[in-house]
Design a protein around this ligand. Structure first.
Ligand code: TMP
Ligand code: ASP
Length: 239
């Protein structure tokens, strides 16, 4: 196996089949474009298993993903795709950069899901894109942009429902998409507490309810416990 790419949270390897890659999930955690670094014990395994469970759930709802199968505790086999260099963020409740950039109060329920596009470019710090910037940079075509939006909204609806049944509020999350060898747009990357904001509906305290990477970003403590709780609720729900 040849290492093709090492990112902040995952490593991508080739396999004997040129159309199949292996993704290894790391325990490493970073925030603020890797200015902050740490380790979250067993994160690789937990994020891998959460991603598998959620991707299988989404597949059952008609959303195509890159997942082929889980091949180990912290690794999956995926279809090779050409990643679209856009981070698609969907927000249901104001938090994070939306609050910082607009002054909206954390916890404000948005009147409709907000879909945003960020340029997947570490050197530039993943800046927020406008529709025209995205088209001028040729990151996606108009048709692909429509498709990104409709897939993101459909995924949001399904994930919101799913997490609600685990007594978790899906505040916001980030998605990445790729184009497979047949030219189809499919969901790629991961969906985990690293890439979502998840609030525990059984807690009202604004710090205690945080079940995602914000515990690491904001030094809230009990990071592992939060990931374990999400892992437990998601896997039990699908058992
Ligand atoms: P933001 O509020 O910092 O823009 O983040 C929005 C959502 O996207 C949040 O659920 C965390 C996720 N996210 C990532 O998955 N990767 C990133 O690099 C960033 C900045 C956010
Ligand atoms: N994953 C990003 C990084 O390291 C940011 C984040 O999730 O906050 O830098």
């Amino acid at each position: 196996m040849e290492k093709l790419y090492e990112g902040k949270a995952k490593i991508l390897y080739s396999t004997e089949n040129p159309e199949v890659l292996l993704t290894h999930f790391k325990d490493d955690a970073t925030a603020f474009n890797a200015q902050k670094r740490g380790t979250i014990l067993e994160k690789g395994k937990m994020n891998c298993q959460i991603t598998v469970a959620l991707f299988q759930w989404l597949e059952s709802k008609g959303i195509p993903t890159h997942l082929i199968e889980q091949s180990g505790d912290d690794q999956i086999l995926v279809k090779r795709v050409k990643i679209i260099p856009i981070e698609v963020v969907v927000r249901n409740i104001a938090a994070g950069s939306l609050c910082r950039q607009t002054g909206l109060e954390e916890g404000y329920e948005l009147p409709y899901p907000l879909v945003e596009y960020y340029f997947k470019n570490d050197e530039l710090g993943d800046p927020l894109l406008t529709r025209d910037r995205l088209l001028i940079l040729d990151l996606a075509s108009e048709e692909q942009l429509e498709q990104l939006q409709s897939l993101a909204l459909k995924i949001n609806q399904n994930l919101q429902e799913f997490f609600a049944s685990c007594q978790i509020t899906l505040v916001d999350f980030k998605l990445e998409f790729g184009i497979d060898h047949q030219g189809q747009m499919i969901l790629a990357d991961e969906i985990s507490p690293d890439t979502c904001r998840l609030w525990d509906q059984t807690e009202t305290d604004p710090q205690k309810r945080v079940m995602d990477k914000d515990r690491f970003r904001r030094d809230l403590g009990k990071v592992e416990t939060a990931y374990q709780q999400v892992h437990k609720r998601v896997l039990e729900r699908l058992a």
